[in-house]
Design a protein around this ligand. Structure first.
Ligand code: HEC
Length: 98
């Protein structure tokens, strides 16, 4: 039991360094956007399209949602769960795919 806990601590301590050392993989996170933003991120009902948006604009919008600077219903809550590196990676992935 003690050895198990120690291993957990060592792994937990090593994770942030590993995350810094490599680009964040947001493949799964990015795939979840289409659930609401529609197939091809073209928008769905009241939910805006993300197509044609520049990576810089996506990143700044997500940060504005996260800080509460830009009021939103859903995106405030979602964006609070993302790290700064994940926001940059999402913006690069979705923005460059246009
Ligand atoms: C549960 C539904 C849902 C999911 C999942 C979702 N969004 Fe959104 N998104 C919204 C809604 C609703 C809005 C409109 C603002 C609001 O009320 O939250 C929005 C707005 C946005 C906007 C602003 C677009 C504009 O032109 O104003 C961006 C950028 C955005 N979302 C990015 C993302 C990204 C990137 C993901 C995936 C990582 C994602 N969203 C996943 C529902 C969702």
């Amino acid at each position: 039991m003690k050895r198990w806990m120690l291993t957990g601590l060592v792994v937990a301590a090593a994770l942030p360094a590993a995350a810094r050392a490599q680009t964040v993989d947001v493949t799964v996170l990015a795939a979840s956007c289409a659930t609401c933003h529609g197939p091809g991120l073209r928008g769905s009902g009241a939910i805006p399209s993300l197509r044609g948006k520049h990576a810089v604009d996506i990143a700044s919008t997500l940060r504005a949602f996260q800080s509460g600077e830009r009021p939103a219903t859903i995106m405030t809550r979602l964006s609070k769960g993302w790290s700064s590196a994940e926001i940059d990676a999402l913006a690069a992935k979705l923005g460059s795919a246009q």
